[in-house]
Ligand binder design. Structure first.
Ligand SMILES: *[C@@H]1O[C@H](CO)[C@@H](O)[C@H](O)[C@H]1NC(C)=O
Ligand SMILES: *[C@@H]1O[C@H](CO)[C@@H](O)[C@H](O)[C@H]1NC(C)=O
Ligand SMILES: *[C@@H]1O[C@H](CO)[C@@H](O)[C@H](O)[C@H]1NC(C)=O
Ligand SMILES: *[C@@H]1O[C@H](CO)[C@@H](O)[C@H](O)[C@H]1NC(C)=O
Ligand SMILES: *[C@@H]1O[C@H](CO)[C@@H](O)[C@H](O)[C@H]1NC(C)=O
Ligand SMILES: *[C@@H]1O[C@H](CO)[C@@H](O)[C@H](O)[C@H]1NC(C)=O
Length: 242
């Protein structure tokens, strides 16, 4: 079943978005990077919709400071976008999702997020939403990536952004917005029961075996179906079956 789901996902093949923040004080350095299939959903009274976040423009800072139990070094990432990828009217305000990462001694955390939305003729919403205080946060060891099959960011008032097939990192020094092959992944707690104690390999290295697996499963199924059809025909023609 799981393999079937994976095969279907590959067949649909939606492209993931890559968001990153450059370090302005250093040539060719990226401090924070998020890759995902991001979706925003809002359920409020009569308003209810889900849309993909596409065509975003990303800004941020590698040297932020935020007041959390005293002062913390922060990386922030602001993702500006229009609903459905493009403004309806040149005067529309951009919507903004901001992610805040903070760093401790051995680990870092995606600990806060805000969302700013503005009304358009299609979406009658407006406001600045804060992180829902009961929502979970995400952490990883320093220099590891946070990797989640589904990474929900919950806001107040029934607003949610889900980063699907997400991989995120902050406080890094990548020379380009490209995932290093040897980057270690810390898997989300929600994904762990499936894969006890096995650190997940980077996604790219899983793609080839999955495709080969899908192909082999397809082959086995078609051979089996051919066999059944053949057997059925032989039977109906009255040959002795083997
Ligand atoms: C929701 O829609 C119904 C009917 O369309 C309307 O009577 C009601 O006032 C609306 N509620 C709000 C909060 O806009
Ligand atoms: C992204 O923006 C460009 C130009 O701003 C536009 O032509 C394109 O349709 C947009 N893509 C999506 C998916 O909306
Ligand atoms: C675009 O926005 C302006 C100012 O808000 C408004 O007057 C105009 O009607 C809008 N045009 C469309 C096509 O929505
Ligand atoms: C999250 O960030 C917003 C905007 O900076 C701030 O108002 C809010 O207090 C922060 N939430 C937490 C839990 O730190
Ligand atoms: C947008 O929603 C507000 C309430 O949230 C309502 O008062 C207003 O009439 C709505 N505007 C449109 C154009 O539906
Ligand atoms: C968080 O609170 C909201 C409403 O206040 C509730 O609907 C939701 O289930 C809560 N989530 C968790 C994980 O407790």
């Amino acid at each position: 079943m799981k393999l079937f789901l994976l095969c279907s996902v590959l067949a649909v093949g939606a492209m993931a978005d890559l968001w990153y923040v450059k370090n302005p004080t250093k040539k060719d350095s990226v401090c924070a990077m998020v890759e995902s299939k991001p979706k925003l959903s809002i359920q409020q009274g009569n308003t209810s919709f889900t849309l993909d976040i596409v065509n975003a423009t990303v800004t941020g800072t590698c040297f932020g400071v935020v007041p959390v139990n005293d002062l913390h070094h922060a990386n922030t990432m602001t993702v500006a976008f229009f609903p459905d990828g493009q403004f309806e009217n040149a005067t529309d305000d951009t919507w903004k999702l901001t992610l805040y990462f903070i760093k401790g001694e051995n680990q870092y955390q995606l600990y806060n997020w805000t969302l700013e939305v503005h009304p358009t003729s299609k979406y009658n919403v407006s406001g600045l939403y804060q992180r829902a205080l009961n929502s979970t946060t995400y952490s990883a060891a320093v220099l590891h990536a946070i990797t989640c099959h589904s990474l929900p960011l919950n806001f107040e008032d029934g607003v949610q952004v889900v980063l699907g097939e997400a991989r995120a990192v902050a406080f890094e020094d990548f020379s380009a917005p490209v995932w290093p092959k040897d980057l270690e992944n810390d898997v989300c707690p929600a994904d762990k029961p499936d894969k006890p104690d096995k650190p997940e390999k980077p996604k790219t290295s899983a793609v080839v075996p999955i495709i080969v697996g899908c192909f082999l499963v397809g082959l086995v199924v078609s051979v089996f179906v051919a066999y059944l059809i053949g057997r059925h025909r032989n039977r109906t023609r009255g040959y002795a079956s083997v």
